[in-house]
Design a protein around this ligand. Structure first.
Ligand code: ADP
Ligand code: MG
Length: 331
């Protein structure tokens, strides 16, 4: 199949009509109208086969996830998604694979009325780069830099599930006992790895209410560390307050579970800070939005020149070692 046929196939499967798309796929550039009073929020993320997803991942899951990880960044800014571009590098022109990929992408794009407005299609090792565009009211964006001493720290959903899902796919001996565990629990966790749900509605609910926000892609401690660095504060986390899914509780011992919750990547939950006096109403609104949040700690003063500004304790107040800094490329 030729390049232009692949593009037509993607275009047809991802068709979403939007009045603000003055010119979509087909010319040298898209022409797009940003609504008055808003800023354009733009974010790019690349998924590389074997690095960001196991080679055996289904094409539809890759399509979903390539968009989901990008929408998660818009969610963390409190932005409303509008448009995306897709740069696709494929080892071969496999029409079936591209159809399934596009169907996974379109399933999520349709949920947010997001229009695919352009991209690029090239040959090489499998790699997918999506750029998303969304709107925030001028001065309405959620930033990493607004956390204040005394704020509560919160996280949506149940962090740790995606890392647990990756462990469930691990065929090595250490994980062998997992293969005999109930398939429903394993599938609940692998679904969280392969089909993360970007917390867009929750990001919108946090606008004007959270003091800082980030999406958790590299692990809760690592990403909360970015809020601390940007805000010039420290954080005190209560490991026993971390919410756990029933699948995570059912399949892993407490120490492994805790490691996934604190350091596992790929969850795409939102970690945010807010004054505790506002938290009751905010948590109620989030629960009604379809994904609740849990208070997991508080913002404290920066600790001198400590390299890591985050202290983790259990509910008895005992300090726990912080395992590692989270995922980093080139390290
Ligand atoms: P050019 O040579 O001008 O870069 P291309 O042949 O790469 O044009 O692309 C033709 C049109 O198809 C453009 O509108 C481009 O944005 C779009 N396009 C190419 N690849 C993709 C893709 N993977 N997904 C969506 N749109 C694409
Ligand atoms: Mg091109």
């Amino acid at each position: 199949m030729a390049e232009f046929e692949l593009i037509a196939l993607i275009r047809d499967r991802c068709a979403v009509a939007r009045e603000d798309v003055r010119l979509g796929i087909g010319d040298d550039a898209a022409l797009l109208a940003v609504p008055a009073g808003h800023l354009l929020a733009v974010s790019t993320d690349t998924l590389v086969a074997g690095v960001h997803f196991p080679i055996a991942t289904h094409a539809a899951d890759i399509g979903w996830k390539a968009l989901a990880v990008n929408l998660s960044d818009l969610a963390a800014m409190g932005a409303t998604p509008a448009w995306a571009t897709l740069a696709l590098t494929l080892p071969e022109a496999d029409a079936r694979w591209v159809e399934q990929f596009a169907d996974g992408f379109a399933a999520l794009a349709g949920e947010f009325k997001l229009a695919l407005v352009g991209g690029d299609t090239t040959q090489g090792p499998l790699s997918i780069t999506v750029t998303v565009h969304g709107f925030v009211p001028v001065d309405g964006a959620l930033l990493r830099s607004g956390a204040r001493v005394g704020d509560g720290i919160f996280v949506t959903g149940t962090p740790g599930d995606a890392a647990a899902g990756l462990r469930c796919l691990d065929r090595n001996a250490a994980a062998a006992e997992l293969l005999s565990a109930p398939v429903g629990l394993r599938e609940a966790l692998t679904a969280r790895l392969n089909r993360p749900v970007p917390r867009v509605a929750q990001g919108l609910a946090l606008r004007g209410r959270a003091t800082a926000c980030i999406d958790v892609s590299d692990g809760l401690v690592a990403d909360l560390g970015h809020i601390c660095a940007a805000s010039g504060v420290g954080a005190q986390l209560d490991a026993d307050a971390l919410p756990a899914s029933s699948a995570l509780l059912g399949l892993f011992d407490p120490a492994t579970r805790r490691a996934f919750q604190l350091n596992g990547g790929d969850d795409y939950e939102l970690c945010f800070t807010a004054p505790d006096q506002d938290a009751g109403a905010l948590l109620g609104d989030l629960a009604r939005s379809g994904c609740g949040a849990t208070r997991i700690g508080r913002i404290v003063a920066e600790r001198g020149d400590a390299a890591v500004q985050i202290r983790v304790t259990d509910s008895a107040g005992t300090s726990l070692p912080i395992a590692r800094a989270g995922w980093e490329h080139f390290s």
